[in-house]
Design a binder for this molecule. Structure first.
Ligand code: BGP
Length: 465
């Protein structure tokens, strides 16, 4: 029996990426340093094969052909990010005219090719000069971010109609202030909470500026969140409590204030109990309440499975979210062994149903989903990588997304991570994610089997099976 999976009209087919991960030209044309440039200079050994952010996939020079390739595979949209330290090298001062020219060229080319630009303002790439005054720990940086956002709305808002303030704002909190996988490699719960809070304030200030700037009037603004459903091991009340707390820390800490305009009371109470509440200013609650998003991007890679703690945490160890739950390895889970992430396709459906039931069915889309695989040349046949595993991965997620839409979810698109292989932070080019492979020696792009497949899916606005 053939089943048709047809998506709503004007469904967004495309992919996502970020400035630091594809642009290269990290020290060219007036760009200031960001924390990745700095960290790589200090500790190149922390990066896979010691490949740093200097070159990445050279989109800075190859953007024209890349956008043509997007067009070729029938993308109608593509998310990129603006590099704050390229546009404003010291974060808070003069605008770099060469950066304006570069982003103007990219946006014009996208529009000429019929690929709508979705633009994110912050994708893990704090300008170094802003980090030197404390990064998100310093509220001045949130204000500088809002100014940078306003400059972007004014400069590019005539062409960009989908804006996103932050990508996965919980990740720099986790990486930079809890688990040591982003600069500045601090381990400190209280500082992590302050960083998360100021990130949220920076978001609300940017949304406020967006509503004020005339160009924004016909556009929309949102945030991109990595929503990792927290599944409890069992229905035992202790397991349920563990999953509720994990959900508060990792999902609701940004989802609730972005969409509902306020923090969950349970999270406030929990932080209060541990004397870990952030410093706030009067007026913040109104700022958050009045500046909720129009649109939500959902990045989904893996679920979070948890169980009640088996041993009490050592009170002398640094406080961690894991004081409240243990990670749970579900027997029989399906894994992507290269990235070490579980593959659980139904997570997409569960997220969408949660947004429908508890978040006013806010317009949303899958803004990242994807499968990073190591040594993909193994699958090369007649010059083409046969990435059937990627096609299956996408298809199975799309089926659940389709199911959610059938049941009333307000999902408007699917963007893969990523259009072409790109630089993955500490993992550099270890795992390849793209529809196109990138040869790091020559920078040549070659379509994988999945590129041909998605070209048809986007053309048909779905697939049958
Ligand atoms: C998301 C990020 C991306 C991207 C992706 C894949 O968390 O938004 O920047 O990198 O994950 O993860 P990774 O590159 O770590 O394999």
């Amino acid at each position: 029996m053939v089943t048709e999976y047809t998506f709503p009209e004007y469904f967004w087919w495309g992919a996502a990426t970020s400035a630091t991960q594809i642009e290269g030209a990290a020290d060219k044309d007036g760009k200031g340093k960001n924390i990745w440039d700095k960290w790589f200079e200090e500790q190149p050994e922390r990066f896979f094969d010691q490949v740093g952010p200097g070159q990445t996939s050279d989109f800075y020079h190859l953007y024209k052909e890349d956008i043509e390739r997007m067009k070729d595979i029938n993308f109608n949209s593509f998310r990129l990010s603006i590099s704050w330290s390229r546009l404003i090298p010291d974060g808070d001062g003069e605008v770099n005219s060469e950066a304006v020219e570069f982003y103007n060229n990219v946006l014009d080319e996208m529009i000429a090719q019929g690929v709508e630009p979705f633009v994110c303002l912050y994708h893990f790439d704090m300008p170094l000069s802003m980090q030197e005054i404390g990064g998100w720990e310093n509220r001045k940086v949130a204000e500088a971010f809002a100014r940078y956002a306003e400059i972007c709305f004014e400069t590019f808002g005539d062409r960009v109609k989908k804006w996103f303030t932050h990508n996965e704002p919980i990740v720099p909190v986790e990486g930079g202030y809890l688990y040591n996988f982003h600069y500045p490699n601090v381990v400190h719960f209280q500082r992590a909470v302050q960083v998360a809070y100021h990130t949220m304030i920076s978001h609300a200030l940017a949304v406020k500026n967006f509503r004020r700037v005339a160009n924004g009037a016909d556009g929309e603004i949102g945030i991109i969140l990595n929503l990792t459903p927290s599944y409890p091991r069992s229905n035992h009340p202790a397991d349920l409590k563990a999953s509720r707390i994990a959900d508060l820390f990792f999902n609701r800490s940004f989802l609730d204030p972005s969409v509902l305009g306020e923090y969950p009371q349970e999270l406030i109470d929990l932080l209060g109990e541990y004397e870990a509440l952030p410093q706030v200013e009067s007026g913040d609650a109104d700022l958050l309440k009045e500046n909720t998003v129009d649109l939500l991007g959902v990045n989904y890679y893996q679920p979070r499975r948890v169980k009640a703690k088996e041993n009490l945490p050592n009170p002398n160890s640094p406080m961690m979210p894991e004081w409240f739950f243990d990670h749970y390895e579900m027997p029989g889970r399906k894994m992507n062994p290269y990235r070490g992430w579980e593959i659980y396709e139904k997570g997409v459906y569960d997220i969408m149903m949660n947004l429908k039931e508890n978040y006013g069915n806010i317009p949303s889309f899958i803004s990242e989903n994807g499968m990073g695989v190591q040594n993909e040349e193994r699958f090369l046949e007649n010059g083409e990588i046969q990435d059937d595993y990627r096609i299956d991965f996408i298809k199975e997620h799309l089926k659940w997304l389709h199911q959610a839409i059938e049941e009333g979810a307000n999902a408007k698109g699917y963007h893969l991570w990523s259009f072409m292989d790109n630089w993955s932070w500490m993992n550099a080019y270890k795992n390849r994610y793209g529809y196109f492979s990138v040869n790091l020696e020559t920078m040549e792009r070659t379509p994988k089997k999945s590129a041909h497949w998605i070209r048809e899916v986007a053309k048909q606005n779905g697939f049958s099976e």
